[in-house]
Structure formats: structure tokens, C-alpha cells
Design a protein around this ligand. Structure first.
Ligand SMILES: C[S@@+](CC[C@H](N)C(=O)[O-])C[C@H]1O[C@@H](n2cnc3c(N)ncnc32)[C@H](O)[C@@H]1O
Length: 261
């Protein structure tokens, strides 16, 4: 972890098991990214915060060269371990200081990363610098797990706001953070909907196990208070919390061009 970013070394062993797409969805998400970005077999693309390659590996099938950087060596090691003819080149690097010359890429992909970077505006300036004229930022994100809102409402009722903050861009309080920085949308946000099965109990166990980065800096006391509130909601709303429910969600992509001038 660099001083002002949340690196994912601690998540490398469980990231794919807890964030991976259901079978087949990776191909749909990759097709969406490629279409929204106008990517072709000639495209040269960089992903900042490439992690274990959840996006990089399937998207790399559609394009010429894919470069993935991440501050976490452990996450990138997982990516490399899954490479099977994928043309993905990885480097441990920080999005706020990209090790590439100006005008290097046709597109930069960022998926769930700006909220982890305290100097996210600086990272955006780096993205603009390495994009070729006419190049695009493809900003992508996953949908909220609305299915478990009753649990998350209970969680938020006891976790103080200041402890629930992200270190970087806060997509919830500032959903237009890119436009606020002068980036111009080239398309509407396009969604690829999908579903999967998960038990409410598993969701609570993941909160208690600090699977999500937002739980990493909570004190044990705060975490326990959150889990107690969620357990109460679990008992009140689910007869048998070990029965899987269908989670409806989506993967969204939107293309932006850098600020003019
Ligand atoms: C939530 S994961 C997303 C990984 C991948 N994009 C995906 O969608 O599966 C965020 C990744 O960003 C990385 N990260 C955090 N701060 C970073 C920074 N300043 N520069 C590069 N990577 C960073 C983390 O180490 C982690 O691997």
C-alpha cells in the first residue's frame, strides 16, 4: 500500500472468489467495454488498478496490446498466473505516476479504482497525459447489491460516516466526479445486467471477514457493532439466511474524453 492509496495485497488470495464474475459474464462485460470504447484489434490499452485481471484478461482478447498496472504485486501475480495466451503486460506502478510516455494509449480503463486513490485528481491528469489525441477513458463499475439493502442499511446505521469514507473519489456523494473535473462523457453509461446466487449469511460473513476494502480500517469495536446490527436485520428479515437468493446486478461502462486544453 502506498502512502495515499489502498493497495489490495491482503485481498489477492480471496479477490477472485468474492468479486469474480459468474461464468460467461466476463465475456459479456468485455464485449461491452470493447464496444463502448470502440476498441479494435489494433488498439493499445492501459488499465490502471488491473488487479487479478478480472477485466484485463477477457478484454485483452478483443484488442492488440493490453498493459495493466497496479500498486499490488500480489494482485498482479494472480493475473499473471491466469494468463493463457492473453497479451497482457503487467507492471507494479502507481496510477498517480504512470511509467509511460505522453500519448501512449488509445484508451485507459479504470474499474473500481478512483475511490482507492487519495490523489485521484492527479491520477486523472496522468491518464490524460498518456492518452493519445482522441483517446478515451473507459470508466467502469459494478452495480450495488440492492438485494441486500436491508442488511447494508442496518450496517450504515451504526458505522459512523467518517469511518465509512473512501480515501479517494466518493462515487456515492459525488457521482459526477469525472465531469466535475472537466472530463466529457462520450456516451451514456451502458449496462450489462446479470444475476447470481448468494446467501444472506454469506454476505454477513464477508462483512465480518473484512472482505471489502471499506472494512479494512475500521476498529474491531466498530466492526463488531456493525456486525451486531446486521445480524439483527438478518434474523428479522430472513427465515433461513443460508438459503441462496438471486442477486440482480450489472456491470456498467462509460467513455469519457479528457478536459479540453
Ligand atoms: C477493487 S480492485 C479492482 C481490480 C480490477 N480493476 C477489477 O475490476 O477487478 C482495485 C485495484 O486497484 C489497485 N490500486 C489501488 N490504488 C492504486 C494506485 N494508486 N495505482 C494503481 N493501482 C491501485 C489495488 O491494488 C487493486 O488491485
Amino acid at each position: 500500500m502506498t502512502a495515499d492509496s489502498v493497495g489490495f495485497d491482503r485481498a489477492a488470495t480471496y479477490y477472485d472468489a468474492t468479486r469474480g464474475f459468474p461464468p460467461g459474464v466476463d465475456r459479456g462485460a468485455a464485449a461491452l467495454v470493447s464496444r463502448v470504447g470502440g476498441l479494435t484489434p489494433e488498439s493499445r490499452v492501459l488499465e490502471i488498478g488491473a488487479g487479478t485481471g478480472r477485466i484485463a484478461l477477457p478484454v485483452s482478447r478483443h484488442i492488440g496490446e493490453y498493459y495493466g498496472i497496479d500498486v499490488s504485486a500480489s494482485m498482479l501475480a494472480r493475473l499473471r498466473g491466469k494468463q493463457d495466451g492473453h497479451k497482457v503486460y503487467t507492471a507494479q506502478a502507481d496510477a498517480t505516476y504512470l511509467p509511460f510516455p505522453n500519448s501512449s494509449f488509445d484508451a485507459v480503463i479504470a474499474v473500481h479504482v478512483f475511490h482507492l486513490i487519495a490523489r485521484w485528481q492527479h491520477a486523472l491528469r496522468e491518464v490524460a497525459r498518456v492518452l493519445r489525441p482522441g483517446g478515451k477513458l473507459l470508466h467502469c463499475w459494478g452495480g450495488r447489491m440492492v438485494t441486500f439493502d436491508v442488511l447494508m442499511t442496518a450496517w450504515r446505521s451504526v458505522i459512523p460516516d467518517e469511518e465509512n469514507q473512501t480515501v479517494g473519489a466518493n462515487y456515492e456523494t459525488q457521482p459526477d466526479f469525472l465531469e466535475d473535473e472537466g472530463w466529457q462523457p462520450l456516451s451514456a453509461a451502458e449496462k450489462y445486467p446479470f444475476t447470481y446466487q448468494k446467501t444472506p449469511q454469506e454476505h454477513v460473513d464477508q462483512l465480518a471477514g473484512r472482505v471489502w476494502s471499506r472494512t479494512w480500517r475500521l476498529s474491531d469495536e466498530t466492526l463488531q457493532a456493525g456486525i451486531a446490527a446486521v445480524q439483527a436485520a438478518l434474523q428479522a428479515h430472513y427465515g433461513d439466511p443460508t438459503i441462496p437468493v438471486t442477486v440482480e446486478t450489472d456491470f456498467t461502462a462509460q467513455a469519457f474524453q479528457p478536459p479540453l486544453g
